[in-house]
Design a protein around this ligand. Structure first.
Ligand code: GLN
Length: 462
């Protein structure tokens, strides 16, 4: 059921409560382990409150549609665990700006979704509470780190969900689960109330069963926020209004190098997706972005460096769970032991990258590579309106296949990470399937051209 179906049902007289009950029934006992919290009583009480708002004559843009929320976004009165034992019992005392905006728009907040611990991972297997399964094949991963959010939309349980994307965490799971998602321009969507991983990269992003659903969710949450220092102070172009604009006259740059780096069958499906844009009136040209190959290396220095600083606050004294030890040092040691192995790896890597004598070789060089990458994108966008590549080089891999090999795991983000370093908006849309498993096509746009992305995403739903 999409937002359009949902709105039609409400207009025809269905209550938000009856639609919420139907959604809860679809979820059943959550066989995918996509939710970390699903408080049925609270969801039904909230649905009743939305029905009262409607009865009082209020127009609700999101009409009580259920939206699932990644568990690193604060939602008042629910736990916000970040998939970590460190925050296993922590209850958010306030709403993230995006969550507050969803309440205002009349969405039904529908459970908190599973994720890799502190959003570090590409498969949701780094969750301290066990992995999520892919809705198209339960023996495979849903991608990550927003795997729970992608899975609940891919399963058809709810039409929309929120995730966060630092290096690919909404786009890559969207590709693996066969749904649409968008990572906005850095600064376009508020991060107030999003638990920080790597602050120069983190962005909140919408998932939707259709491009229209993704656009409606984007429209409800995007825009300036005085409570967020990096929030961009400029008006938002409506994603919904852009849906019907089409792609006639747009120049789409095809990043050939990414096709060669992908599984052959995946590349073929994405090639067909490019042809679809051409058939809809776009012009295809071959494009290159210099230094694209530096993306992963630069990201795995910059992101851990920022993570090491951001996660320093979880010391058991000021933030996070406290494990009391013999003395202060022992308390710190035992408390920090609550972090899982991938989080520890990132903290060690990040501390190394920033340490005296090594920072020039590591962090500073990575930052230079990042600047070079930003400039290359800007040069490429002088000649094209959008860039096209596969979202990921393969389809969803089997559970456990990459857990022993971090470098293989990191490679799942090879096409999404450079875009994050450059702060550009990008989408992933379902392009087709290989062996019954979804393939995603990634589109990248210049800063603040999200509307253009929605115009193109819509083509893949026709
Ligand atoms: N998979 C990447 C990582 O592990 C990206 C994660 C993300 O975007 N949150 O860091």
């Amino acid at each position: 059921m999409t937002l359009v179906d949902h709105r039609a049902a409400v207009t025809a007289g269905a209550t938000v409560r009856s639609l919420a009950e139907a959604a809860l029934e679809r979820v059943g006992d959550d066989a995918l382990h996509a939710f970390l919290e699903l408080d049925r009583a609270r969801i039904l009480a909230d649905a009743d409150a939305l029905d009262r708002r409607r009865a009082a004559g209020e127009t609700l843009p999101l009409a009580g549609v259920p939206v699932a929320i990644k568990d690193n976004l604060c939602q008042r009165g629910t736990k916000t665990t970040c998939g970590s034992r460190m925050l296993a019992e922590w209850e958010a005392p306030y709403d993230a700006t995006v969550v507050a905006r969803l309440r205002d728009a009349g969405a039904l907040l529908f459970g908190k979704t599973n994720m890799d611990e502190f959003a570090m991972g590409s498969s949701t297997e780094n969750s301290a509470f066990g992995p999520t399964r892919n809705p198209k094949d339960p023996e495979r991963v849903p991608g990550g780190s927003s795997g729970g959010s992608a899975a609940v939309v891919g399963a058809g349980w709810v039409p929309m969900a929120l995730g966060s994307d630092t290096g690919g965490s909404v786009r890559q799971p969207a590709a693996y689960c066969g749904v649409h998602a968008l990572k906005p321009t850095y600064g376009r969507i508020s991060r107030f109330g999003l638990v920080a991983f790597a602050s120069s990269l983190d962005q909140v992003g919408p998932f939707g069963a259709t491009a229209a659903d993704c656009a409606a969710l984007y429209d409800a949450i995007a825009g300036p926020d005085p409570r967020e220092a990096t929030s961009a102070d400029r008006p938002v172009e409506s994603g919904t209004a852009a849906l019907e604009a089409g792609v006639a006259g747009l120049r789409v740059g095809v990043l050939r190098s990414t096709f060669r780096q992908s599984d052959g069958a995946v590349a073929q499906v994405v090639e067909d997706a490019a042809r679809k844009l051409e058939a809809a009136g776009a012009t295809l040209v071959d494009a290159t972005v210099d230094h694209l190959d530096l993306g992963l290396d630069a990201y795995y220095l910059v992101a851990p460096a920022e993570a090491a600083s951001n996660l320093a606050r979880f010391d058991g004294a000021r933030y996070g769970t406290r494990v009391s030890g013999r003395d202060l040092a022992d308390t710190y040691r035992q408390t920090r032991a609550l972090f899982g192995p991938e989080v520890v790896r990132r903290i060690v890597l990040g501390t190394y990258a920033l340490s005296e004598g090594y920072a020039d070789e590591a962090y500073v060089r990575a930052s230079r590579a990042r600047t070079a990458l930003c400039r290359s994108y800007a040069r490429t966008f002088e000649g094209v309106d959008l860039l096209l590549s596969p979202t990921a080089p393969t389809v969803a891999f089997p559970l456990g296949a990459r857990t022993e090999d971090p470098v293989a795991m990191y490679a799942a983000d090879v096409f999404t990470v450079p875009v994050s370093l450059a702060g550009l908006p990008a989408s992933s849309s379902p392009a087709g399937e290989v062996g019954g498993l979804p393939v995603g096509v990634q589109l990248v746009a210049p800063p603040f051209a999200e509307a253009r992305l929605f115009s193109a995403m819509q083509v893949f739903d026709r």
